[in-house]
Design a protein around this ligand. Structure first.
Ligand code: NAD
Ligand code: MG
Length: 399
């Protein structure tokens, strides 16, 4: 067995740390090649001490001499790089086998695409990159022969429930030809699942970031609370598995035990279950088609005993319907939705807007920014830029 060299984009985040936890259990299988981070230098230093990667990359174009000297003094032989080109370089280097795309938001797009173009095994957590570029992304997977493995828990669950013939994504296999009738996409419903509209108007960032089942970064925690996360995931599922939204049934499942299901034409429903811990899908992505230990405790299913389901409420949580309608509009609409959401969530976290203004910002941007066909990356990036501009000015005007 040859040792796989891994680049972790967004190593200091929640997914990055979970990935390193799995990797550390299998030194005979994996070696860390590069780790990247945005601002958390102390954590990156500690990760370099623990994993001695070849490269540590700071996302912004900054003076790296202090950080380099700090590593040097500690006897850590990791080379420090910075800026977008370096992120792309460590994602596409011929010395890398596996790239974990765990940067949050549109900032992860370029290095994730670089890994795809270089034909790597790409473990995709950064759903925003796929939502933005959709067809371009999947065409690039097809053209390069990259091995795309979804590690978003729901998509990983769906993937695990598919026959092997459908597990080479972007190879033209239609799920309906594999006997698949429907995909059942589950959602926890977030911390405000049972809140009334008037309660929702008053919620704080601290409440929104306290997810009942999962421990995650701030942005995805807010997305889970608005149900935008499920909207992004619906779009993600449609692109990954080449299916239409009508093929996907979104349901709230507050226990987060069933991570999603696939229904077949003979009436069978296959689900993937487990404790809500991202190390399970990450371990699967790292070792596929084999299985390795992830460090996740056994699920005591009989103790759980009750599993609940209910349909999502699109009136109280308008972000889900906004995502559905952006996907139906097609072209650059999902990129506009995503950019507006990123700006709105950041403003909510800074307490500049209320929770229920997040969908208002998105709706405004979708109605005002021109939607194009998204035939090139430049078109997508232009839509992203314009949506951010409109979102910022909406927020500025309401203050
Ligand atoms: P996080 O906020 O914990 O970590 C984000 C990482 O991205 C950090 O390492 C940070 O340094 C880096 N980063 C942030 N801004 C950056 C920028 N401008 N340029 C370069 N790097 C930057 O986020 P997370 O919860 O780990 O989520 C990461 C991605 O995985 C998101 O796309 C999220 O939707 C997806 N995801 C997360 C979970 C989860 O359980 N956390 C589950 C499914 C999918
Ligand atoms: Mg998910």
């Amino acid at each position: 067995m040859s040792v796989k060299r891994v680049t972790v984009l967004g190593a200091t985040g929640s997914i990055g740390e979970s990935t390193l936890s799995v990797i550390s259990q299998h030194p005979e299988r994996f070696k860390v090649y590069a780790l990247t981070a945005h601002r958390n230098l102390d954590r990156l230093f500690e990760l370099c001490r623990l994993y001695t990667p070849e490269y540590a990359v700071l996302a912004e174009q900054v003076d790296v001499s202090d950080f380099s000297a700090r590593l040097d003094t500690a006897g850590i032989r990791t080379q420090v790089l910075c800026g977008m080109e370096s992120l792309e370089a460590v994602a596409s280097s011929q010395d890398v086998d596996v790239v974990v795309a765990a940067i949050v938001g549109a900032a992860g797009l370029a290095p994730t695409l670089a890994a795809v173009h270089a034909g790597k095994r790409v473990l995709l957590a950064n759903k925003e990159a796929l939502v933005m570029t959709g067809r371009l992304f999947m065409d690039a997977v097809h053209a390069s022969g990259a091995e795309l493995l979804p590690i978003d828990s729901e998509h990983n669950a769906i993937y695990q429930c598919l026959p092997m013939s459908a597990q080479r994504l972007a190879n033209g296999t239609k799920l309906s030809e594999c006997g698949v009738r429907r995909v059942l996409l589950t959602a926890s419903g977030g911390p405000f699942r049972d809140f009334s509209a008037s309660q929702l108007a008053e919620v704080t960032p601290a409440q929104a970031c306290k997810h009942p089942n999962w421990s995650m970064g701030q942005k995805i925690s807010v997305d889970s609370a608005t149900l935008m996360n499920k909207g992004l995931e619906l779009i993600e599922a449609c692109w990954l598995f080449d299916i239409s939204p009508e093929f996907v049934d979104v349901h709230i499942h507050p226990e987060s035990i069933i991570h999603s299901m696939v229904e077949y034409s003979d009436g069978s429903i296959i689900s993937q279950m487990g404790n809500p811990d991202m190390r399970t899908p990450i371990a699967y992505g790292l070792s596929w088609p084999d299985r390795i230990d992830s460090g996740v405790a056994s699920l005591d299913l009989f103790k759980v005993s009750r599993l609940n389901f209910s349909p999502p409420d699109r009136d109280r949580f308008p972000c889900l319907a906004l995502a559905e309608s952006a996907f139906a509009s097609g072209g650059t609409a999902p990129a506009i939705l995503n950019a507006a959401n990123e700006v709105a969530v950041a403003a909510f976290l800074r307490q500049e807007i209320g929770f229920m203004q997040i969908p208002e910002v998105i709706q405004h941007c979708l109605s005002i920014v021109e939607i194009n066909a998204a035939q090139s990356l430049d078109e997508v990036l232009a839509a992203d830029k314009m949506a951010r501009k409109q979102a910022f000015s909406w927020i500025e005007n309401c203050r």
